[in-house]
Design a protein around this ligand. Structure first.
Ligand SMILES: [Zn+2]
Length: 318
């Protein structure tokens, strides 16, 4: 299976920082080891253009990010030290979601091994998120007239405040966020549908709540595409999560979401979002399981196949 990756563009981080930068490279290795992807199946998108980013984000904020002029307060909210490498990586990650979304129309389900940066809003970049990849992909798909109506299913343990700010007012977008009630962000921006789950919510309770929320979301008017944020942080051992899902439960969650969305006939673009297990191998286990669930649901074999040209389309230059 072909997937999008940006792990070869690292950025400087202080030692013992919570951000799990190494998971992306480890995930690449794991997917090759498990035979989910061949070594040539990792597509590395060019950085998204600034002219595209300012269609979604505040132009002044984009200027501050580009030039490294975030205020002390903004820097603290972001939680990652600014560097040109950080910005380049984030532009590549966002671009991967755009390209995976295009590919979803060809192969049914496509995956970016990155993205899900849902705390980035129009005029704020926080919680490790510089750019909102899903809002950006929505904007690009609409311009290309590939899609108008989008559904966002955000299963990261943290509420998708940036996505809510950008897409909830949009009459052709529906944002669903299923998350820990006592998790960041503590000041919420409401989604179309927010599901707040209590501390230590189990697999069964989680899947029941998710199933009912998906049913509600899918009773709305037809959508053209769905985005699935398959956060690994609802896992019981996660350092930044409050829920109690097991790895098997997370896999059931992935299957449930993908079957519901594919059952509704929607192309699905899957992105990683968060995951902060004390041992990064646990986060990699969860992300790899998601990739396997994606791989078995693809409608065509794409190795050098029908979506090969989509790797080059849309082409973004710096
Ligand atoms: Zn998260």
């Amino acid at each position: 299976m072909r997937v999008w990756a940006h792990d070869r563009w690292p950025f400087p981080l202080p030692p013992r920082h919570t951000y799990p930068q190494s998971k992306y490279g480890l995930l690449r290795e794991r997917l090759i080891a498990e035979g989910v992807c061949g070594p040539g199946d990792f597509i590395e998108a060019e950085p998204v253009r600034w002219s595209e980013l300012i269609k979604v984000h505040d132009v002044a904020l984009m200027g501050r990010i580009r030039r490294g002029q975030l205020s002390v307060r903004e820097q603290r909210g972001l939680g990652l030290p600014w560097s040109p490498q950080l910005v380049e990586r984030a532009r590549r990650s966002a671009s991967g979601t755009v390209q995976a979304a295009y590919a979803a129309f060809q192969v049914g389900v496509a995956m970016n091994l990155g993205g899900g940066t849902h705390h980035a809003g129009r005029d704020f970049a926080r919680g490790y998120c510089l750019f909102n990849d899903v809002a950006l992909a929505t904007s690009r798909l609409r311009e290309a007239r590939l899609a108008q109506r989008v559904l966002v299913v955000d299963c990261d343990v943290h509420q998708g405040d940036g996505t809510a700010q950008l897409l909830r007012p949009d009459p052709h977008a529906f944002t669903l966020s299923v998350h820990g009630a006592r998790n960041y962000p503590f000041k919420r921006i409401p989604s179309d549908l927010d599901v707040d789950l209590p501390r230590a919510t189990s697999d069964t309770e989680y899947c029941a709540a998710l199933e009912s929320a998906l049913a509600t979301a899918l009773t709305r008017d037809g959508y053209d595409i769905a985005f699935y944020l398959a956060g690994a942080d609802p896992w019981e051992g996660d350092r930044l999560g409050t829920l109690g899902l097991t790895k098997a439960g997370l896999r059931r969650r992935d299957a449930l979401v993908l079957d519901a969305l594919r059952g509704a006939g929607l192309p699905v673009c899957v992105v990683l979002a968060g995951g902060y297990a004390p041992n990064i191998a646990d986060t990699v286990d969860i992300n790899a399981a998601t990739a396997i669930e994606v791989a078995v649901r693809r409608t065509s074999i794409d190795r050098g196949g029908p979506d090969a040209k989509l790797a080059l389309e849309p082409r973004d230059a710096a």
